[in-house]
Design a protein around this ligand. Structure first.
Ligand code: FNR
Length: 185
């Protein structure tokens, strides 16, 4: 059984990407279970002075949650062609624990946008940062949920577009196989 942790890139309540992350819970293949990791909005801004006084409880909770999963699915918007600050801040905090909790974990990315490009430009920068953590990235197939307002029910946390639902279900199946291959290697 692969335990997947879903890491959200958005802090807002009516987030499209969070809705996609919630929808993923209903699209998992056999052999995979999932939990939502704490939202990056629960963490303070990284500051070495704060860390020098001790790891904040919210960060410890995030570390414990990440350490309890086998693999990560990041579901995120793109902000100004790059990583939303809250998500980058969460990765920065996680990187301060030794050994790094994200290291050697398989990871996949879903970008979500109301726009036509689907947040395509967040992938490259995010992969760059994830490599710094020693994560095992499933780079293909890429997932960009474009025009997301027409494909998601934010209240219910469901995908409303049948083609998108099939694509995302198949992507999670591929990711489960990727995780199993990595575990066997
Ligand atoms: C955006 N948005 C955005 N969209 C996009 O496709 N490319 C981008 O570079 C940006 N940049 C950007 C910067 C900032 C500061 C904000 C607030 C928004 C729009 C963004 O995709 C949209 O607001 C999403 O709905 C945000 O994701 P959630 O919160 O719905 O998950």
């Amino acid at each position: 059984m692969t335990k997947l942790g879903i890491l959200e890139g958005s802090l807002r309540r009516a987030s499209l990407s969070r809705a996609a992350g919630r929808a993923a819970l209903g699209l998992l293949p056999d052999g995979m279970e999932a939990v939502a990791l704490p939202n990056p909005g629960t963490l303070p801004l990284f500051n070495q002075d704060v860390l020098d006084e001790g790891m904040p409880d919210s960060v410890s909770a995030m570390i414990d949650a990440v350490e309890s999963v086998d693999a990560i699915l990041i579901v995120t918007p793109e902000y100004n062609w790059s990583i939303p600050g809250g998500l980058k801040n969460a990765i920065d905090w996680l990187s301060r624990k030794t050994p790094m909790p994200l290291a050697d974990k398989p990871v996949a990315i879903w970008s979500v946008s109301p726009g036509l490009l689907g947040g395509a430009r967040v992938h490259e920068g995010l992969r760059h940062t994830l490599l710094s953590q020693g994560m095992i990235i499933m780079a293909k197939p890429e997932v960009q949920i474009a025009g997301a307002k027409g494909k998601l029910d934010v209240e219910a946390g469901h995908i409303t577009n049948a083609d998108s639902e099939t694509f995302l279900r198949n992507h999670l199946t591929s990711f489960a196989e990727f995780c199993n291959t990595w575990r066997r290697a």
